[in-house]
Structures are given as structure tokens and as C-alpha cells.
Design a protein around this ligand. Structure first.
Ligand SMILES: [Zn+2]
Length: 158
């Protein structure tokens, strides 16, 4: 049963409020996470608590329990000169920006003549998410996994 300190593998598909699929584990294997260690969004972790290996699940997660509300202060207008070395700035491009709060990934959401609008919110911020999936594996975590706070499976065995 899924509980604190269990290593869990899930297969899932997630859609936003408009029914658009935003992510899926299909085609790349299950998502492994360590239950109770904030490896996944809080609303999904809560919904999976108590489920068993082989169970199907569905969970409606409000924005505040997913990637948080969309924060206006993370949307900024930046002069085009800040993009020196970029041949053509286009909507959808992602840059690593240095901010007072540390490095932040920002996406270009609008391009005007001399100004670029960038958004540092997570692409799924402000969105309620609907998950559907299946619990593939539930096992005890190793002491090393608990120490690291994540599951050692696949590419994450460090
Ligand atoms: Zn590790």
C-alpha cells in the first residue's frame, strides 16, 4: 500500500482543464517517486496515498496543489538588447535568466519591436490538472534512497 517512505512507480496521463494532454509516461516507462518526500506535486501525492499495486487512479488536482497559481510578478518586459547573441527571439523560446532569487527558466510569451515579454512561471502554473493512471509497483525504499530523498531506478541511480 502506498504510504510514507514507499518507492512507487506509476503510469499516468495528465490533462489540463481544456482536456489537452500535457504529459504522459506512455512510451518512456513509469514515473518512480518516493512517497512523502515532495518528489511529485502535493495534490497527486495525496490522491495516491493508500492505493495498492495494480490499482487504477484518477485525480483532479487544483492549481494550488499542482504547480501553484500563476504569479504576475514573474512576467517581465525585457529590452531586446538583453538578448544579444540570439539571432531571432521567438515566442516559446526558453532561456535561463539570472534573477535576485537565483537562476530561473523563463519562456518568451510575446515579442514586440524593442521589448520581449518573458514568463518565469512553470508552464502549468495556474492550471488545474486531471490525472489518470495505474499504480505499477509499490515497494519499500532502501535506506540509501531514504537518505537521498529519491528513488534509485533507471537513469536516477545516483
Ligand atoms: Zn540518490
Amino acid at each position: 500500500m502506498i504510504a510514507q517512505d514507499k518507492a512507487v512507480a506509476i503510469q499516468y496521463t495528465v490533462k489540463d482543464e481544456t482536456g489537452t494532454q500535457v504529459d504522459t509516461s506512455e512510451g518512456r516507462g513509469p514515473l518512480w517517486y518516493l512517497h512523502g518526500h515532495s518528489n511529485i506535486i502535493p495534490g497527486l501525492e495525496k490522491a495516491l496515498e493508500g492505493l495498492q499495486e495494480g490499482d487504477d487512479f484518477s485525480a483532479e488536482v487544483p492549481a494550488e496543489e499542482a504547480y501553484g497559481e500563476h504569479r504576475e510578478e514573474l512576467v517581465q518586459r525585457v529590452p531586446m538588447e538583453a538578448f544579444q547573441g540570439v539571432e531571432k527571439v521567438e515566442i516559446g523560446m526558453v532561456f535561463n535568466a539570472q534573477t535576485d532569487g537565483g537562476p530561473l527558466q523563463v519562456a518568451v510569451t510575446d515579442v514586440e519591436e524593442d521589448t520581449v515579454v518573458v514568463d518565469g512561471n512553470h508552464p502549468l502554473a495556474g492550471k488545474a490538472l486531471a490525472f489518470n493512471g495505474k499504480i505499477e509497483t509499490v515497494r519499500d525504499a532502501s535506506s540509501e534512497e531514504l537518505e537521498h530523498g529519491h528513488v534509485h531506478e533507471g537513469d536516477n541511480a545516483h
